[in-house]
Write a protein of this length. Sequence first.
Length: 670
Amino acid sequence: MNAPAADLPLDGRLRVVIENPSPCIDAGRFPAKRTLGEQLLVQADVFADGHDAVASLLLYRHESAADWQCAPMSPLGNDRWQGGFLVQRLGRWLYTIEAWVDELLSWRRQLLARQGAGQPLAVELLRGAQLVEACAARAGHEAAGRLRDWARVLADASLGAEQRVAAAQEQALLQLARGYADPALRRRFEPLLAVQVERERARYSSWYEMFPRSAAAAAGQRGTLADCEAQLPYVARMGFDVLYLPPIHPIGRSERRGPNNRPSSDAADPGSPWAIGSSAGGHKSIDPQLGTLADFQHLLARAGELGIELAMDIAFQCSPDHPYVREHPEWFLKRADGSIQYAENPPKKYPDIYPFDFGCEAWRELWAELASIVEYWIGQGVRIFRVDNPHTKPFALWEWLIARVRARAPEVIFLAEAFTRPKVMYRLAKLGFSQSYTYFAWRNTRAELAGYLSELRTPPLSDFFRPNLWPNTPDILSEYLQFGGRPAFIARLVLAATLGASYGIYGPAFELMEHEARDPGGEEYRDSEKYQLRHWPRERPDSLADFITRINQIRREHPALQSDAGLRFHATDNDALLAYSKGTADADDTLVTIVNLDPHHEQSGWLQLDLAALGLDSARLFQAHDLLSGARFLWQGPRNYVALDPAVAPAHVLRIRRHVRTERDFDYFL
């Protein structure tokens, strides 16, 4: 007899194949993302050679747990299988798929097929008894007894064939036996896959950005953290749950920029908050003109009482006056003449900013110090960080730093402020950033908005990239807002707040409709508060604060708007009208939003709804209740007429009520 060939597979009996699992980010290199309490649905192709049945299990555990839990996977068709589990703990969860040829199910199929064809069944029943006996040998005492009793019935030739076949179809016993299939014949997918579980605010949040130094009650005064605290009820009243503060650290004096980014400054000019560091301290200090650490902690506590979290800005850069420059000059980029290189992006120059040299000889000490900055503010109670320009720092830094932070404080959220190439933005999200700024501010047409948001909500991108939509920032005053007037601000707010589960505005510039650019064709604000103090008349009669309040109330009351899942665009015969829905066909919380993208003219047209996606019957009436105006429309079928005058209301946010049988039933909803 010939000896076995040396190149045989380790176990040729493993016939099952597991392919194309999802979610699976970069072949398992990075985790998918979910929030606490969500279900992770996992799919994979599972099949084997021949005609035998296969079985599949989803295995999962928190990374801190030793034992796997399991959930059954069900066939979807075409050899695609799906299973799911709830993520009920913050941190990283591991999951994989285990599959095998299901001998018992294959046997039962063959048995029933032979019975249907009128063929002899004795041998097939005996084979089933043997399979069940093998399972019993691997089972515990109680299960083994039940299985052996079952095997005896299957093998008992004194019983009629009909009785034995009926016993073969005992579903509970079949399931029990399948649980003791030969583990040596199971294949497990490798490598292990992972999902990073964060708290709900990573998925659903409403951000408001405010400069504390412009929070003073009277014009001409410098605002403080106490003044910022006095504005908290205003922010809470509008319904925001995250208040983002630009850097609150001491600002350098050297090369300080003046109003409108003027290269020179006067003694009273406050400078850019992103020029961090002075003789008063650096990234772990608070600008003395804003207040003290005690003031900050009081602000943090008062915000929490109002349901608001503070988001702190992390900007890894320094002014020439930062203590790091004096204490660790080796941490900074150098020119050929040995002097420290200020930041520049030719032809732009930023002499008030010194960038770090993240790859210097002392990079380990530098990275450890940068991590300690984040950890210091976590120690003060901060749990959300907006990170400035992370795309200009090493990917490896962020992967290491975020993992280090999450190991100690898994509730911390990071927002990436990276307006750069898509693949770079996506890499940052894979590395651990919870949310990301997007190109939303520059997407204006129906095709642009529908195409871009459809891209963001499509796997695998939607499994790791969470968009945070901002119509404006201190750096971005889009052309649409510059020239669109009040309707443009309303339209962009509605789009941001209903297209995205997370969105933000830079205020009070937004609600007061600040729209004058510094330069023609540019996006910098004239008299930007990045470089000077501003006084904002928040109680101005034409403020959008009340409208913003209503939008955020709608978001709180309708779970459909608290997730990026379920977004679907609907056709219109007018390109100036964008229509989309959020919700599912089996949930009674479906909203259809229609926005007039033309801020200057009334636009009308026919809306073509996807009734099946909305769970609507084309033969029945349904009500569309505008949550903005209170108006109610009785519609039927997919094709319905819409007219939006931007001078009156540039948008509908329609709650769809399905259970209207006749026109008389319409009164029920009034």
